[in-house]
Design a binder for this molecule. Structure first.
Ligand code: CA
Length: 449
């Protein structure tokens, strides 16, 4: 039967997009590290052009209230790969002082690549892992068919690491000559090339723009106008990652996979003061439960499945990417998986109008927060100041983020009922959590977060 133009147009309406989509799109999940919220063009950055991230934003959906479930590297990744609040299984903090072999993503949890592998996907990871260095925790033993990258939380960009933080392919150390960000891009493009004929899942986790601040000359040259040395290096590192995103998108186009590939991008937490990043008007930094610690660049593009050029203002969280990707892949999510993430697809197509979440929650030691609608109840600290101590809402501040995204005006005294309502939601969630499996790292001058 020949489809009339009218039928075709009707099939392509927003509501029909998801239904018309192929059963198994490719999936590329890209994670940046310690990015400032304001440091992409789509969020208004003036001094650091990010044309490729902007392209991703413009060709897909940009989340204006996109969150991560922690203000720190490892916890956020644990949440992303399990689709569950990581505090449910003790992964509240980075590894800290405990022996490396004892630290890792709980083996009782099932990962996104495992679920996709079971659904027939070729799975691969390129980049920073930070979910355990022991062999049992290695990505190739957690659902990834292939792995190129490093197992720790930070890495030199010019030199091979040592021991447990070497650059590895699978479990074997390799020598790497390229600037690390470029090496990750090279490996990501090669993975797409190898698997272009089968459904694939690529988890591409740049350590850019995490410290150490190191940039290759070709990127530094782009920012001779930036006089602040820290900001200049940061800009160059961001530009290298943006080029990488561009190379991945270009590869999808040349392989004819652009329409049927879901590409998502987030940062693992907000920008810290130490890398020259800017969180713009958001208060606070990485390692805090202020917006500047947990609200991140959050972009999703899937031409065959969701509308383009859209902004999505309702709060969403990286846990949702887990569930959304499973839905896109046609995986039947089971109730006993106890996912906290929501399938965002019907919200993005407009099929569902209600917000994906009644509330979102945070707990990072004594720093805690809950957001419901425009309201946020929060107890936060300064960068690296608040990791030890009891988790409770005593003395928490209340903000209306719609009117006060910078969390400047505490409305708690004026709205005792709202405080009570949000506190009750948080207490109920908190009661479901377990104690952290490893403690918060002691504050020190140079930590490998
Ligand atoms: Ca990070």
């Amino acid at each position: 039967m020949r489809l009339s133009l009218f039928t075709l147009a009707a099939t392509l309406t927003a509501a029909g997009l998801a239904a018309a989509a192929p059963k198994k799109p490719n999936v590329i999940l890209i994670v940046g590290d310690d990015m400032g919220y304001a440091d992409i063009g789509a969020h208004g950055s003036k001094d650091i052009p990010t044309p490729n991230l902007d392209k991703l934003a413009n060709a897909g959906v940009r989340f204006t209230s996109g969150y991560v479930s922690g203000p720190y590297c490892s916890p956020t990744r644990a949440g992303l790969l399990t689709g569950r609040y990581q505090q449910r299984f003790g992964h509240e903090f980075n590894p800290g002082p405990n022996p490396a072999n004892e630290f890792g993503l709980s083996l009782k949890e099932t990962t996104l690549p495992t679920r996709l592998k079971d659904a027939g996907y070729k799975t691969g990871m390129v980049g920073k892992w930070h979910l355990g260095s022991a062999e049992k925790y290695n990505p190739v033993n957690r659902g990834f068919g292939e792995f190129f990258g490093f197992l720790g939380g930070a890495h030199d960009y010019f030199q091979d690491g040592q021991g447990q933080n070497a650059i590895v392919r699978g479990t074997k150390p390799v020598e790497e000559k390229e600037y690390l960000t470029d090496a990750f891009t090279r490996e990501a493009v090669a993975f797409i090339d190898r698997h272009q004929k089968e459904p694939f899942f690529l988890y591409l986790t740049y350590n850019a723009v995490h410290t150490p601040l190191q940039a290759a000359d070709k990127y530094l040259k782009r920012f001779e106008n930036i006089k602040d040395e820290k900001r200049q290096k940061y800009a160059a590192m961001m530009s290298a990652m943006d080029d990488g995103v561009g190379a991945v998108l270009a590869k999808l186009e040349s392989a004819g996979l652009e329409k049927d590939t879901l590409v998502a991008f987030i940062s693992d937490n907000g920008g810290p003061p130490i890398n020259g990043s800017s969180n713009g008007e958001l208060r606070g930094y990485k390692a805090t439960t202020w917006e500047g610690g947990v609200r991140v660049p959050f972009l999703v593009k899937w031409p065959a499945g969701i509308p383009d050029g859209k902004t999505f203002d309702q709060p969403a969280i990286q846990l949702d990417l887990h569930t959304t990707i499973l839905a896109a892949a046609g995986v039947d999510v089971k109730a006993d998986w106890k996912l906290d993430g929501v399938n965002l697809l019907p919200h993005l197509t407009g099929e569902k109008k209600d917000p994906p979440h009644a509330a979102l929650f945070w707990r990072f030691g004594p720093q805690v927060a809950v957001r419901a609608g425009d309201w946020k109840l929060v107890k936060a600290a300064g960068f690296r100041e608040g990791r030890k101590g009891e988790s409770n809402l005593d003395g928490a501040l209340l903000f209306n983020l719609k009117e006060d995204v910078g969390e400047k005006t505490d409305l708690a005294a004026k709205n005792p009922e709202k405080v009570k309502e949000l506190a009750a939601l948080w207490e109920k969630w908190n009661a479901e959590l377990v104690a952290p499996t490893w403690g918060p790292p002691a504050a020190k001058k140079k930590d490998k977060n």
